[in-house]
Design a binder for this molecule. Structure first.
Ligand code: DAK
Length: 258
């Protein structure tokens, strides 16, 4: 059987691509897939070559949610024992930019997975949603919080309480996705964005991601203090000197990642 998660090392310099590969189950996220995703993201987060990561699925589904068949008969203690929330944390904790390339369905845990990414590129016929309520549960991978933070209380409530799907167009209009592109261009566009990020100074990229994410959870004054400190820290980096000197000397910068 084909690997349920495939890691493609270098579709472009400094870029890694992770593909969820269970098309026969609409890429439902079973434990094996989640563990593989967490493992790959942890490894890519640490290696010195990867600068940006693209996470994608197949043509019909980015991921249709957690694997319903795997959890249908589970009890509370079994759910506790599986520790799935720890895997979610590992996925969300990647220090490098992760770009979701979404084709087809991104539902339930699939929508939550996309929302742990930093940029979401969607195909025109992609659809998003948190339909958990329809099967007797609620979003458990961050959906109640990340969707409300992304689109606001009233839109989030509408979709979480009805389970109604969200078209790519609506998702873009409400701020749930970064860009909508023609279906055949989704992966290429995501790789292109990753390539743009991969040539930038990685410390600045990392601290920018950290400041945005940590700042969203903090009061404005603390968030602004975090931003100021992160900026000051970057003045110790060689890449800051190189970037600014290259601008002044009218040449292309050569970033070292230091
Ligand atoms: N789980 C398991 N199998 C799934 C699946 C899923 N989520 N989605 C699709 N499949 C399987 C179908 O059962 C079918 O399998 P066979 O019958 O061929 O064996 C195959 O994929 C093709 O599906 P369909 O025939 O239904 O394909 P369609 O193209 O007609 O429809 C669809 C695609 C995505 C609209 C439909 O399959 C669908 O509605 N899927 C379910 C969507 C859903 O309800 N998603 C939410 C799941 S609940 C947690 C954190 C998070 C979560 C849980 C815990 N913790 C931290 C503890 C998350 C929960 C969820 O995501």
């Amino acid at each position: 059987m084909a690997d349920p998660v495939v890691l493609l090392e270098r579709p472009a310099e400094g870029v890694a691509l992770i593909r969820i590969n269970r098309p026969e189950a609409r890429n439902a996220l079973n434990l094996e897939v989640r563990k593989l995703l967490a493992g790959h993201l942890a490894e890519l987060g640490e290696d010195t070559v990867t600068r940006a990561i693209v996470l994608t699925g197949s043509e019909k589904a980015f991921a249709a949610g957690a694997d319903i068949k795997e959890m249908a008969e589970a009890g509370t203690i079994e759910m506790l024992r599986r520790g799935v929330h720890k895997l979610w944390r590992a996925i969300a904790g990647c220090p490098k930019p992760v770009i979701a390339a979404v084709s087809g369905y991104a539902l339930g845990g699939g929508c939550e997975l996309a929302m742990t990414c930093d940029i979401i590129v969607a195909g025109e016929s992609a659809s998003f949603g948190q339909p958990e309520v329809r099967i007797g549960i609620i979003p458990g991978g961050g959906g109640t919080q990340r969707l409300a933070r992304a689109v606001g209380k009233y839109k989030a409530m509408k979709y979480i309480l009805t389970g109604e799907l969200i078209s790519a167009k609506e998702a873009f209009e409400m701020g749930l996705v970064s860009e909508v592109v023609p279906d055949p261009e989704v992966e290429g566009r995501a790789i292109d964005l990753a390539r743009q990020i991969a040539v930038l100074p990685p410390l600045a990229v990392q601290l920018a991601k950290e400041a945005v994410l940590a700042g969203m959870d903090a009061p404005l004054t603390s968030a602004l203090a975090l931003e100021a400190k992160s900026l000051q820290i970057l003045f110790s980096s060689q890449d800051q000197k190189e970037g600014m000197r290259a601008f002044i000397e009218k040449r292309k910068p050569k970033f070292s990642g230091r």
